[in-house]
Design a protein around this ligand. Structure first.
Ligand SMILES: [Zn+2]
Length: 395
């Protein structure tokens, strides 16, 4: 057996690399050492942008005649938190009771370890690949995600790369391996509302203009009514107010300014543009109401500042990709996976602009936690699923 064919060994080597985002930590070098012996040509572009750390990435391709399948993922991991709280050191890859402990075990060095093993096994049985496989691996998924997958895709495209399908190895299964394939993701949009009033004495409110009254009405208009009831493939759009800030230390002073920040997770009823327009519309209407501002002649004086970049909602429609992966999961686990769009955003949001993309990986229960760990048996099962998928995809 080629050394890369053992997912447990692959993962132990990857976990030993302290690649806390944005550090490479030896993790991409390890991926390279798994793939180079399998005939992959490997490149390691570094991307930079003002105000963010430089990040190293990896693109590896083994070419053949036929379709091009991309496996995408990340080797960076979130910080370990309280190291003393770990049962085994977070970069030790200790195996106990059938589980391997380590930061990144499921999110998502485990997925990379399994896919590399699956390719190695496939190539042991088949001399030729009836197509091309590439690994698109970033070190910037858990960080700002500026110098990672988005730029890596642009960089590869500029070199003439194109893909027929992609699978992202993030941990998608809630409880057991085979539960869930993600075929899309909700969009995400954040903004801050800033209301300006007039500071004054709480006993003389007519001389002041309390911005909290206005802000309360504006926030209320975003919380009710619901944006939609959900769609065939998506749960209902949901807006959460994540902070309201006034910072007023005095009980008898009406403050001059108040702000509120919100995050919306939205479904395919909306695009980021239509949702932004809906939010502006609700706020403008609410700003003119008198309910909490009786007698005021002017509407609430507010600004809305959009935060970060919005993540677009997407849903993959590709029978070959979804059908092949579903049947691979079923053949190996005996379970028919649910096709879901739940959860947060992932780097699939960048890939969807280049080719159809789905996500399937390990069980996510311990991701980002102290004592992140993976069942050793699951590593073997996921490797078998990936190998089945590679065989069926290229058949
Ligand atoms: Zn991840």
């Amino acid at each position: 057996m080629k050394s890369s064919a053992d997912p447990v060994q692959n993962l132990a080597r990857l976990i030993a690399c302290p690649s806390v985002t944005p550090l490479e930590g030896g993790a991409l070098t390890t991926v390279q050492s798994l793939l180079a012996p399998l005939g992959f040509s490997v490149e390691r572009p570094v991307f930079s942008e003002d105000g963010t750390p430089d990040v190293e990435n990896l693109y590896a391709r083994r070419s053949g005649n036929g379709p091009h399948l991309m496996f995408a993922g990340h080797t960076d991991v979130v910080p370990v938190g309280d190291e003393a709280a770990w049962t085994y050191p977070p970069f030790s890859a200790t195996i106990h009771n059938g589980e391997m402990y380590g930061r990144g075990a499921v999110d998502m060095k485990g997925g990379i370890a399994c896919f590399a093993a699956a390719v190695a096994r496939y190539l042991e049985k088949n001399d030729e690949l009836k197509g091309s496989i590439s690994f698109l691996i970033t070190g910037d998924e858990e960080g700002p995600s500026i110098n990672g997958t988005g730029k890596l895709l642009e960089w590869a495209k500029a070199k003439g790369e194109s893909w027929d399908a992609a699978i992202v190895g993030e941990p998608t299964n809630p409880d057991t391996l085979g539960d869930m394939i993600k075929i899309g993701r909700r969009g995400s949009l954040s903004g801050t509302i800033i209301v300006r009033g007039i500071q004054g004495h709480a006993a003389y409110p007519h001389l002041a203009d309390n911005p909290i009254r206005g802000l309360t009405m504006l926030v209320d208009s975003l919380l009710y009514p619901a944006f939609d009831k959900g769609t065939k493939n998506f749960q209902a759009t949901n807006l959460e107010v994540t902070t309201i800030d006034v910072g007023n230390p005095a009980v008898n002073v009406i403050p001059a300014e108040a702000s509120a920040t919100f995050n919306v997770r939205f479904n395919d009823t909306w695009t980021d543009e239509t949702l932004m327009a809906e939010i502006h519309n609700r706020l403008d209407k609410a700003a003119g109401r008198r309910k909490l501002r009786p007698g005021r002649k002017t509407p609430v004086n507010y600004d809305l500042v959009w935060r970060d970049r919005p993540s677009h909602v997407f849903l993959t429609h590709n029978e070959k990709l979804i059908g092949t992966l579903t049947s691979s999961v079923e053949k190996v686990t005996g379970k028919r996976p649910q096709l879901s769009t739940s959860g947060g955003t992932s780097d699939a949001r960048f890939i969807k602009d280049y080719c159809p993309v789905v996500e399937f990986g390990l069980v996510g229960q311990t991701m980002h936690m102290v004592d992140e760990r993976v069942s050793v048996a699951d590593l073997e099962t996921l490797t078998q699923i990936y190998e089945r998928f590679i065989a069926d995809f290229f058949a």
